[in-house]
Design a binder for this molecule. Structure first.
Ligand SMILES: Nc1nc2c(ncn2[C@@H]2O[C@H](COP(=O)(O)OP(=O)(O)O)[C@@H](O)[C@H]2O)c(=O)[nH]1
Ligand SMILES: [Mg+2]
Length: 684
């Protein structure tokens, strides 16, 4: 069974903690404090000055926000640690989920603002669902707007697991002076940049402290009969026993300890480090939790890929089992360099053991998410990895220079390798290349990387909606094609019947020629001619749901040809179709929108405001307090749906969608769409 190391056992190897939490909660600043406290850096950088260890990429510096995970290794009290500073923005969530899947534990950094606690809901759900041991660090207590108690209550409402407050702030209002440790029952005064001073426990805090401690013990007793018995008999268990239970329960993700502090002022940072040291499970436990089969052979899970303009490809991985050596075979490649990372700094290693987080050079075949062994890709035996986020936003992209078109697909493939939550698609109808991802910033960062890493400037635009058109009434039409040019001429003559078909039927071609009025061998050419026309109907769009029957015609023994019949058929369609009551068809999608249920009513209004139809809503299975609203919405309204949805729901709402059907669109909107299409065609 996975077990923390609180029982005094040495960890089996270097450990790894992911710093996660909403955007701007202070993760990158906390990393800086952790590195300072462990002596990995001598001076703290700040987000403002853009010189932190995390956020070293130009895209991150430009936005003052993390757009990818930063990896920093350090040593605390002779034990090796790697911290993964993860982006908080939901748009870079794939990066964060991937990192979480290799960490021994997560530190969820949040701000003490009750109204914003909701932003952490999807993350807590992910951690609970994957049973990833996690603790919460309530940051920025130096400028707290809310009471810790209230923040905790709001958080508990979002967490499947019980939260256990481990510290009480000393001093009221804006600036807590220190804290009381609920387990050791000791009080400390914060000292910036240094270990806190031990002070006497303030007398007026003792009753609350006792109450909190009792609450903590009761929560632990839920998982331990012996402890329950002791509590009932008023026996106080020894501290060592409490620590042992805390760490065992963290390892099994049964409880979530909550710590306090202010990363920027180094408040509570050493306490956090000690909790990590004593309570976080080691790599052996993590490998077991993930379902990695035990054994000797090296196994590395790649959680990130980076293409560097000059230095080439780097694959970030955690060694979950065994040992890797530089130049040895791993996966399908020979390792071309093993590096321990500290932001942008690299330290070259000859080998790395289970527990290490390292960057591997020149692993050309390795992909993000793969588990690599000396025998190749480990597949099933490597246990679980993060699910892939499906796209919620897309842009049409074009290379600025025509000559770059070919290069574009190769570079996009590399970007997707770096970030599997990006995707590309070529749309058959609109002929656009679509870049799909998690939001506007996500795609803008991808576009910047195309330019900065691959020297490939592109322009982006809102993707076109692939409208189609059909007809409302049928017609019989006679078309004749006749040319006399020099020697022999061209001749074809056909009678066709065009009919509307039910929605979703597509196109059908039949013939009912009797007596060879059109010879057999020319009939396929008639069908080709009709199909030539279907790409652009009277309204300017792809024609669907019609049937064309060729029922009569004439030919000429010398002048008729395949080409003549093909041209005649296209001409006949062009003449007849405008008389068939053409009508625009709009793609309608089935959309499932997931939101905390306090937003359900807002979301229903959002759907109807976007010409959608709410089909119903229901509790989202496995997500306490969340609803799934089902709706049908026009594709045209989906482009920026995520933007509005997020702004309505503190960023946590999301959706999936699937094409459902085509629906007739008439009136002013349809006229505008047709006009725009004609204007576009005229410009080409
Ligand atoms: N008052 C206060 N501000 C903080 C603290 N930690 C971080 N900040 C500020 O919060 C902002 C976001 O910090 P950052 O570390 O970049 O957040 P991240 O998005 O979670 O990585 C920055 O302006 C920091 O200076 C803290 O402990 N107290
Ligand atoms: Mg950050």
């Amino acid at each position: 069974m996975p077990e923390g190391t609180g029982n005094g056992r040495k960890p089996s190897g270097p450990r790894c903690a992911a710093l996660v939490g909403p955007y701007l909660s202070g993760k990158t600043t906390l990393l800086e404090s952790l590195l300072l406290a462990t002596g990995a850096i001598a001076r703290r950088g700040t987000a403002k000055e853009g010189n932190t260890v995390g956020d070293g990429s130009p895209e991150a510096r430009a936005r003052k926000m993390s757009v990818q995970v930063s990896v920093a290794s350090t040593t605390f009290m002779d034990e090796s640690w790697t911290f993964l500073d993860c982006p908080g923005s939901i748009e870079f969530g794939q990066e964060t989920m991937n990192a979480l899947m290799v960490a021994d534990a997560a530190v969820v950094v949040i701000e003490p603002v009750v109204e914003r606690v909701m932003t952490v809901a999807p993350l807590l759900h992910f951690l609970d669902e994957h049973e990833i041991p996690h603790m919460i660090y309530i940051n920025k207590l130096d400028e707290a707007e809310a009471r810790v108690r209230d923040v905790l209550d709001a958080l508990q409402g979002l967490s499947e697991r019980p939260l256990v407050l481990r510290q009480m702030p000393i001093g009221k209002g804006d600036h807590p002076e220190g804290y009381v440790d609920v387990v050791s029952e000791r009080a400390y005064r914060y000292k910036p940049g240094q270990a806190s001073d031990l002070i006497p426990l303030p007398a007026d805090m003792q009753p609350t402290e006792k109450e909190l401690r009792q609450g903590l013990l009761e929560k632990l007793a839920d998982f331990d009969d012996k402890l329950l018995e002791q509590l009932l008999e008023d026996v106080v268990p020894p501290k060592e026993e409490i620590y042992r239970q805390l760490s065992a329960n963290l390892a099994r993700d049964r409880i979530v300890p909550v710590f306090l502090g202010a990363g920027e002022r180094d408040h509570g940072v050493r306490r956090l480090l000690k909790a990590l040291r004593h309570e976080v499970p080691d790599v052996a436990a993590t490998a077991a939790r993930l379902g990695v089969e035990p054994g000797e052979g090296a196994l590395v899970r790649v959680f990130k890929t980076l293409h560097q303009p000059h230095a080439g490809k780097l694959s970030f991985g955690r060694v979950l089992r065994g040992q890797i050596k530089d130049n040895a075979t791993l996966g399908q490649d020979r390792i071309g360099g093993i590096y321990r990372m500290k932001g942008n700094d690299q330290q070259k290693l000859a080998d790395a053991n289970a527990g290490e987080v390292v960057a591997l050079g020149r692993m050309e075949h390795a992909r993000t998410g793969q588990a690599l062994t000396a025998a190749g890709d480990a597949g099933e035996a490597a246990g679980a990895f993060a699910p892939l986020l499906s796209p919620v936003y897309s842009l049409a992209i074009t290379a600025e220079k025509r000559a770059d078109e070919v290069k574009l697909s190769g570079s996009l493939a590399k970007l997707i390798e770096e970030d599997p939550s990006l995707a590309v698609e070529h749309h058959q109808d609109t002929h656009e290349h679509l870049l799909l991802g998690q939001g506007d910033i996500h795609l803008q960062v991808a576009v910047e990387r195309l330019k900065s890493k691959f020297n490939l400037p592109v322009t982006t635009a809102k993707p076109q909606v692939p409208y189609k058109e059909t007809i409302r009434q049928g017609i019989k039409h006679h078309a004749r094609y006749k040319r006399q040019t020099g020697g022999h001429g061209q001749f074809a003559d056909i009678h066709i019947e065009i009919k509307p078909l039910p929605r979703g039927t597509g196109f059908q071609f039949t013939e009912s020629i009797v007596g060879g009025s059109v010879p057999r061998n020319f009939i396929p050419s008639v069908e080709i001619g009709v199909r030539d026309y279907l790409g652009r109907g009277p309204l300017g769009f792809n024609v669907v749901d019609i049937a064309v029957d060729l029922f009569d015609g004439q030919y000429h023994a010398v002048d008729s040809s395949d080409m003549a019949f093909r041209t005649c058929a296209a001409q006949g369609m062009r003449e007849a179709m405008p008389k068939c009551g053409p009508v625009l068809l709009e793609p309608i999608y089935h959309v499932d929108i997931a939101v905390p249920n306090l937003y359900t009513a807002k979301v229903q209004r959002l759907v109807t405001g976007r010409r959608g139809q709410v089909l119903g809503y229901d509790a989202k299975s496995g997500w306490t307090g969340w609803d799934l609203v089902s709706a049908q919405m026009p594709q045209d309204q989906l482009h920026d749906l995520i933007v509005e949805l997020r702004s309505l729901t503190l960023g946590v709402g999301t959706f999936t969608c699937k094409f459902d059907h085509l629906q007739e669109l008439v009136g002013r909107l349809a006229d505008q769409i047709v006009q725009a299409r004609n204007a576009q065609a005229a410009a080409q």
